[in-house]
Design a protein around this ligand. Structure first.
Ligand SMILES: Nc1ncnc2c1ncn2[C@@H]1O[C@H](COP(=O)(O)OP(=O)(O)OP(=O)(O)O)[C@@H](O)[C@H]1O
Length: 625
């Protein structure tokens, strides 16, 4: 369902650091290199050569910290509160392989008695308990569980995954493999941003129902053993808890829907340390794990750099796409950075702490997502109340100040409406020395103008409601799984989005070129823009050779008409570009461009052609036009 924002709150990403105890097999051949001062939040890392690096965080846990203490001192209750207030929230565990991410998030049966359970089971129980205490039975819960394995997303709760697991458990495999039929496509649409199409969602009435789903999904997760961890997660897992509850601050009947993402990342690993270099599959997995974590680190670095308008490469991996709202977005986010005490992993620990430190400077703008219809009704009710109060004041003899103003929805009059001030009704314009008749005429005119403005407002509202209905027709039910009708775009919308993206890229390139023009011609080749590149063999004036990855207009047109695919390009069957046809986006992602507007009245394909030509020219180093 389309949603819009109401309440908001800015919060930095909360970072907890946990160093696990040394494991039995580590004690013989490594020394502890980490000093954790829980009271002051200081962590000191020292190398074998005596160098020390110091970090300070709000909350740090040493190897002796129990799961109970992590949950309590980590203040996960605040995450639960945020979810129940309608804020999307995220908890993610980050760190090198074998540092205790899964132990922290899932827990381990039999460790520390019942206290062995990790953050996920505890948070599930607390969300249910708090929600029930607050709203009784008027709360609905559901969950989904996915893993990102080798850059593909898989549903961990699909029925066939369960069967697959029992079949595979019969043989001593190095790990379980996800089945292709549970593969999910990553999609993007304006209202929902990144999401996984067809992901299964299960209603769970009780915490036990949800815990059962969770443990089934855990059983389907891809794991394998290597030198650093007997049960190493080979995928990133995301468990999603959806809560639909009465609005905490709103009026009767208002509801909020929030999601809690509980993420256990696969750990970064060095092939030399894990010994995966000898096994092809482990090696391939390693490459994908490290690649997506690299993308995550790039996103963290970019968000933490605080350069305004800096490009944040969320689209570089499925993981960062799905975490977009959790990092610098609208969610309440907690990162649990996990460390190993062994001095053999000084560099890995240092890297984890550096990224944890950067993450702690990222500010999220938490917002409650509200159903637009509910929001509109709430705002209109508020407006009625304001007007009633205004009328009451007017009746009691007071001058009605700006009768139409107030905290109601800010609605712009459409352009054909007269530009009369809205407060005209309250402050009639009278000409000096005018007769009573003239005064009446002026007042009538003012009232008339105010009514026209209101009329325009109402028309605007009607258009808004119609737009919502259309969106809902297109979206279907967000929570329902497998709807093939979801998130369709018209061809025009897609082309326009492509145009925005291209225009933005071209703008950037043009700026870069201009900067380089100032900086001297030689810098052009250094920047890789091709100033010193050899011309094509056909000589001067000949069309430059087409670069790999560049698209011509014809190719683009073909893709629209024959169903080819490329990044940001749609797949459709026999599309006439003149018509407004509905097509579904490919698994590749369309991002929100911020570029300039699109020339109205021109064929978007023509524009696209121009922009592509411009881009090719820029790439060829032929300078801004
Ligand atoms: N706080 C802890 N107390 C006791 N044992 C722990 C603790 N943290 C982790 N361990 C143990 O360390 C080993 C590795 O932990 P875990 O599997 O959670 O690491 P991980 O970071 O999830 O690794 P990977 O990224 O490879 O999945 C496990 O045997 C686990 O039981």
């Amino acid at each position: 369902m389309a949603a819009s924002t109401s309440t908001s709150d800015s919060k930095q990403i909360k970072v907890l650091v946990r160093c696990r105890p040394a494991l039995d097999h580590e004690r013989d051949h490594s020394t502890e290199s980490i000093q954790v001062e829980a009271d002051s939040g200081v962590i000191r890392l020292s190398t074998k050569h005596g160098n020390t690096k110091e970090f300070c965080f709000d909350t740090v846990f040493d190897g002796g910290t129990t799961q109970d203490a992590v949950y309590e001192k980590g203040e996960f209750t605040k995450t639960v509160e945020a979810v129940l207030r309608g804020f999307n929230s995220t908890v993610f565990a980050y760190g090198q392989t074998g540092t205790g991410k899964t132990f922290t998030m899932e827990g381990k049966a039999g460790v520390q008695g019942d206290g062995g359970s990790g953050v996920i089971p505890r948070i599930i129980r607390e969300v249910y308990a708090s929600a029930r205490a607050k709203h009784g039975d008027d709360v609905k819960f559901s969950c989904s569980f996915v893993q990102i394995y080798m850059e593909q997303s898989y549903d961990l709760l699909q029925a066939d995954m369960g069967r697959l697991r029992s079949a595979r458990n019969a043989r001593p495999a190095s790990g379980r493999n996800p089945k292709l039929s549970s593969r999910l496509k990553l999609r993007w649409c304006k209202e929902r941003e990144f999401y996984l199409e067809g992901m299964s969602v299960f209603d769970c009435e009780t915490p036990e129902d949800m815990l059962l789903r969770f443990s089934r999904g855990v059983g389907n997760r891809k794991i394998a053993s290597h030198r650093l961890n007997m049960q190493s997660s080979r995928s990133h897992s995301i468990f999603m808890v959806n809560v639909d509850a009465p609005s905490a601050d709103g009026m009767a009947g208002d509801r909020t829907r929030s999601s809690l993402m509980l993420v256990d990342l696969a750990g970064s690993e060095r092939v030399g340390h894990t010994g995966s270099g000898t096994k092809k599959e482990l090696m391939r997995e390693s490459v994908f794990i490290n690649q997506s974590l690299f993308a995550l680190r790039k996103v963290i670095t970019s968000l933490a750099s605080r350069r305004r308008q800096a490009h944040v490469p969320f689209r570089d991996s499925a993981l960062t796409s799905l975490l977009k709202n959790s990092l610098g977005g609208n969610a309440f986010t907690t990162m649990v950075a996990c460390l190993t005490p062994s001095d053999a992993f000084f560099e890995e620990n240092l890297s984890t702490l550096e990224y944890a430190s950067r993450a702690s400077s990222i500010v999220n703008n938490m917002t409650v997502k509200e159903d637009p219809k509910t929001k509109l009704i709430r705002e209109l009710k508020q407006r009625v109340r304001n007007l009633e109060a205004e009328v009451a004041r007017y009746r009691s003899g007071a001058q009605p100040a700006a009768a139409m103003a107030g905290p109601g929805p800010v609605i712009q009059a459409p352009s054909p409406a007269p530009a009369a001030p809205v407060s005209a009704m309250a402050a009639p314009r009278t000409a000096p020395g005018a007769t009573d008749y003239e005064e009446l005429a002026v007042e009538t005119q003012n009232v008339n103008e105010a009514l026209m403005v209101e009329n325009a407002d109402l028309r605007e509202q009607l258009r808004f409601i119609q737009a919502i209905v259309t969106m809902e027709e297109e979206d279907g039910d967000v929570m329902a799984a497998g709807s093939a009708k979801k998130d369709t775009h018209t061809v025009e919308t897609a082309i326009l989005m492509e145009l925005f993206e291209l225009r933005r890229e071209n703008e950037q390139m043009r700026e870069q070129m201009q900067r380089m023009e100032f900086g001297g011609a030689t810098s052009r080749s250094k920047a890789g823009l091709g100033g010193a590149r050899p011309r094509s063999r056909a000589g001067k004036g000949a069309r430059p050779a087409k670069k790999k990855g560049m698209l011509t207009v014809d190719e683009l047109r073909n893709m629209f008409t024959t169903g080819g695919s490329s990044n940001n390009v749609l797949r459709s069957s026999s599309v006439d570009l003149g018509q407004s046809l509905r097509v579904t986006t490919t698994g590749n992602i369309l991002d929100e461009g911020e570029g300039g507007g699109v020339d109205e009245g021109l064929d978007p394909v023509e524009q696209l052609g121009e922009l592509l030509a411009e881009r090719n020219a820029l790439l060829e180093g032929r300078g801004p036009r």
